[in-house]
Design a protein around this ligand. Sequence first.
Ligand code: AMP
Length: 173
Amino acid sequence: MKKIKEEIIEVQDYPIKGIGFKDLTPVWKNQVLFNELINEMTETWGGFKIDMVASIESRGFIVGAPIAYKLNAGFIPLRKPNKLPREVYTQHVKLEYGETEIQVHKDAFDGVENVLIVDDLLATGGTAIAAHRLIPKDIVVGFGFMVELSKLNGRKKIEEISDAKIESLVIYD
Ligand code: AMP
């Protein structure tokens, strides 16, 4: 875990002034650390029944898909606008450094239970909350993040709308 943190590069004023952007690509590039990262993010959920991982485009997919595979779960992509071919639900997302929308197929969660929401990083919580709004509330079991920027209080905001467990591997104060 310490090694993973050591490999994360903070880039100042990217993509806009005032943001300390956490570049996670050196961790994903490292075969040993990527393996460790996915194993640890998966092990946290060992005691839980998880049938589905829902992950957020695009960096969320990098960790979400291998975690789904390891949990023997399915995978549902929450995508950027105009990527999904059938009817969608849309949620507006306010990020630490901008705004966007995420979408999911209207029938994506039909018959689905026990969903884990996975993203690369928890900052203000806007993305995770938008993801949660796209999913029927009572089937969300947890939130898993590779990195959490605790100063931005995303965890508190998630806790205001959900009782699901929140787990982050690397936490910055
Ligand atoms: P938020 O909605 O504010 O919690 O932001 C989370 C999303 O934005 C994640 O999907 C990250 O990929 C991205 N993000 C926000 N802030 C940062 C940051 N400081 N460094 C890297 N990625 C970030």
